[in-house]
Design a protein around this ligand. Sequence first.
Ligand code: HEC
Length: 284
Amino acid sequence: MTNVNLMLFPEKWGSVSGFLSALLLPNVFPRYFHFIFASLAITGLFLFWYMGRKSYPFDNYFKNLTRYDLKKKFYSLTLAASAAQFVMGPLVMLTLPTKGFSWNLILVILTGASFSLPAMYWMWKAITGDESNIDKNFGKIVTLLSITVIMMGSGRHIYRANALDPHRKLMAAKTEAFIKASEEARNNPEEEVTLEIDTTLGDVAVGGAVFKQYCAACHLKDSKLVGPPILEMVSIYKDNPDGLISWIKNPGKKRADAPQMPAFGNQLDQDQLNEVSKYILSIK
Ligand code: HEC
């Protein structure tokens, strides 16, 4: 339930760090008890019916209770749990961020809640009334409380749709922009990249230019940028230029605190790969 709750709030995904911190979002516990009380209410109704059936071997299990006693207990459970919902429900609403609210939602929730009122009244009458009347309104009670449950379920759905609407729109807009940009890029392939060769680098000049063009955005000489510094590459690959080349072509995933490095197997040809690794390994 913590995870399902968290799904409603993508804006919190950056600040929540794991299960326990998601558990502490304000509406998790009210929601939890709202579900638990609903389950107890349904359980009471179910057992009222199940143990009250003529074919249920009641006398085998219960020596000191009558069917009537038991039915009263189950109605009391359902009634108490339903009454508790009139506290839990508002608490759930109060602790939910307002971003998902709409009149539509409030109407559905209030209608759902009001359907349970006559059901509660009939249960009260059955518990306090004459023994012969205990089963009198059972069908109606089940129907009304089912409507309540359906309305609450719909309310939950409406809240979710409202809360996620801006995120859905943003995703749609970004997806559309991405599709457009990638189409544009496909239709206008980039000119051959011309490398800026710095001849002062001598025989690693080509490799230096490749590095500047393709790697320098993420790698500095001696401090971490997006990826590790060149000096770290040198210490890993000084005796293994082939290993370096195969990493560049097809990088693995090593460092937990770094994103995945893009692969260069398609962009760089074998000569450029040789040159850039020669350049890297020449750095001291
Ligand atoms: C978009 C950013 C980015 C670009 C561009 C980039 N790298 Fe990386 N590089 C990374 C990241 C991030 C890591 C760390 C990945 C990891 O440890 O999982 C990394 C790690 C490395 C490593 C260390 C491998 C190891 O075994 O630990 C080498 C070597 C390397 N990059 C070389 C290059 C070269 C050469 C280029 C240019 C052809 C390049 N990188 C371009 C981000 C980048």
